[in-house]
Design a binder for this molecule. Structure first.
Ligand code: RIB
Ligand code: NA
Length: 308
């Protein structure tokens, strides 16, 4: 199974604190740690840990942080040949606060991720997909890179005839315009609401949100529900795939874990709800350790949890 991920690569600076600060407030926290991050890179690692062959399309700066980020990805078995190393711009950074209940707050400095062009993505994706079999391959794209680069990835995947998953995270202006590429989308509740743009739908009306989005994309929709699992909508009614109970220490990267593992299982040929179940179990394991990638499980760990 082959997964090509197109998305951001960051270094995360994490501070743990009792609670998150309000606007204008300073909270004195505890432990500080540095982790590999970025929604694209995290999903790539999640897919690689469950055994997919993964290529990452993205960008880092020509700085020591970029060198370290690529080395970390390569150590996970992720192919970084299509990651651009851009001089004159720093590697992306995320400043993350994690509260005692596992909730987080993230501010991203895009750096090189923000300089990724449609032209680079188009060429990189063509290279990454050359020789790949449409049936055993999935392209996964997230929106922490400029929208023209995202659109280029969606077009490229469609042109190649491979399954394409769009994780519409984070919400950015113009997000809904991406639906014209008819991707299979994996929004959380608030991303689904932003994509729907229908203010009269309550954020927890997953049934109406998924039906509306599936109608607009002409593709299935999977709405992630955090600790409640994921709602998969294929035709008429969403099927809720429940998440196992987890003790959340840090929910950072749980969505990326779901997406990476979901894409890996779709590439392996699993039906949607089976791939979603695998993804949800992996995500629930990932929140038990601090750091986006720290708790991401192996295939064996997911299978053991599935049997419990
Ligand atoms: O989804 C989690 C990720 O969002 C973090 O790793 C951070 O880098 C931001 O991109
Ligand atoms: Na984690």
């Amino acid at each position: 199974m082959d997964v090509v991920v197109v998305g951001a690569i960051n270094v995360d600076f994490v501070v743990e604190a009792e609670r998150l600060p309000g606007p204008g407030e300073t909270v004195v926290g505890g432990d500080v740690s540095r982790h590999g991050g970025g929604k694209g890179a995290n999903a790539a690692v999640a897919a690689a840990r469950v055994g997919a062959r993964v290529k990452l399309v993205g960008a880092v700066g020509a700085d020591p942080t970029g060198v370290e980020a690529l080395a970390e990805l390569q150590a996970e078995g992720v192919d970084t040949a299509q990651v651009a190393v851009l001089p004159g711009t720093p590697t992306g950074v995320a400043l993350i606060s994690v509260a005692a209940d596992g909730e987080n707050q993230i501010t991203v400095g895009a750096g090189a991720n923000g300089a990724l062009t449609a032209l680079h993505v188009e060429a990189a994706l063509t290279d990454a997909l050359s020789g790949a079999l449409p049936t055993g391959t999935c392209v996964l794209v997230s929106t922490e890179i400029p929208l023209p680069a995202v659109a280029a990835a969606l077009r490229g995947a469609r042109h190649a005839g491979v399954t394409c998953v769009l994780n519409p995270a984070p919400v950015v202006p113009g997000l809904a315009g991406l639906l014209e590429h008819e991707p299979l989308i994996t929004p959380n509740r608030s991303e689904a609401l932003a994509l729907a743009g229908e203010l009269e739908i309550p954020v927890d009306d997953v049934r109406r949100l998924s039906a509306l989005l599936a109608h607009r994309t002409g593709s299935p929709v999977a709405i992630t529900l955090g600790a409640d699992g994921v709602a998969v909508f294929v035709e008429h009614e969403p099927e809720v795939v429940l998440a196992p109970r987890a003790t959340a220490r840090d929910t950072t990267g749980a969505g990326d874990t779901f997406n990476g593992v979901f894409a890996a299982r779709l590439a392996a040929g699993d039906p949607l709800s089976v791939a979603a179940r695998y993804g949800v179990v992996a995500a629930s394991l990932s929140v038990e350790e601090v750091g986006a990638r720290s708790g991401m499980p192996s295939a064996a760990a997911v299978e053991a949890a599935l049997r419990r």
